[in-house]
Design a protein around this ligand. Structure first.
Ligand code: ATP
Ligand code: MG
Length: 191
């Protein structure tokens, strides 16, 4: 018997909750966090901490830790180009109370990376959202649990981000919000 009362036996592999993302640099992070704090003050909710701000490319969910090398191998085969992303709009989703930053006209290289990654992941046996019918909706979540149901969104001072790499991230959920740890990173090719 184990101390927690469960019978001992072959140990279940430890799962890891993982996803692929773009992680903004300091300047972009500061600008987006400023907007997050400002919106949380106006509309209620929890502003995301600066170091957690990201744009999800593909969400995988729980996998055994030993699967990480296979995911990394799939990602290494993605042939994506670097691009610039101008954040110039705020948006709000009423169904999950999330306020986010996005781009009015994202460079097609962004969805090309997301779709390239989704294809490689699917081939490796990890279908991600895009391949299971969820359209890719590129956004950076700024505020969660927004209280105001019809926030009048302010203008987002435009901020330009040079995306030069993507990352595999491990997420650890807690009552205080998720903590993220970068597992691996891959450069995007200079266009
Ligand atoms: P929390 O769940 O504590 O509010 P979080 O959503 O940021 O925090 P995760 O749930 O680990 O942390 O999600 C990591 C990233 O993947 C986030 O950007 C989240 O929006 C996205 N994500 C989570 N679940 C899915 C899903 N089923 N499909 C697509 N993206 C998802
Ligand atoms: Mg979540």
């Amino acid at each position: 018997m184990r101390p927690d009362g469960r019978p001992s036996g072959p140990r279940r592999p430890e799962p890891a909750r993982v996803f692929f993302a773009l992680w903004p640099d300091d300047r972009v992070r500061k600008a987006l966090h400023q907007a997050a704090v400002d919106c949380a003050r106006r509309f209620g909710g929890r502003a995301m901490q600066p170091e957690t701000l990201h744009l999800t490319l593909a969400f995988i969910g729980d996998v055994p830790l030993e699967d990480l090398p296979r995911l990394q191998e799939a990602a290494a085969g993605v042939d994506g180009s670097a691009f610039r992303l101008g954040f110039d709009r705020l948006g709000f989703w009423g169904h999950n109370h999330i306020l986010w930053a996005g781009s009015r006209q994202a460079d097609p290289a962004l969805s090309a990376v997301a779709h390239g990654l989704a294809g490689r992941l699917e081939a490796a046996g990890y279908p991600s959202g895009i391949k299971t019918g969820r359209p890719f909706a590129p956004h950076v979540t700024l505020v969660r649990n927004v209280v105001n149901k019809h926030p009048e969104l302010p203008e987002l001072p435009s901020v330009d981000w040079a995306c030069q790499e993507f990352v595999l991230v491990r997420s650890r959920l807690s009552g205080q919000g998720a903590a993220y740890e970068t597992v691996a990173r891959w450069p995007l090719r200079s266009p």
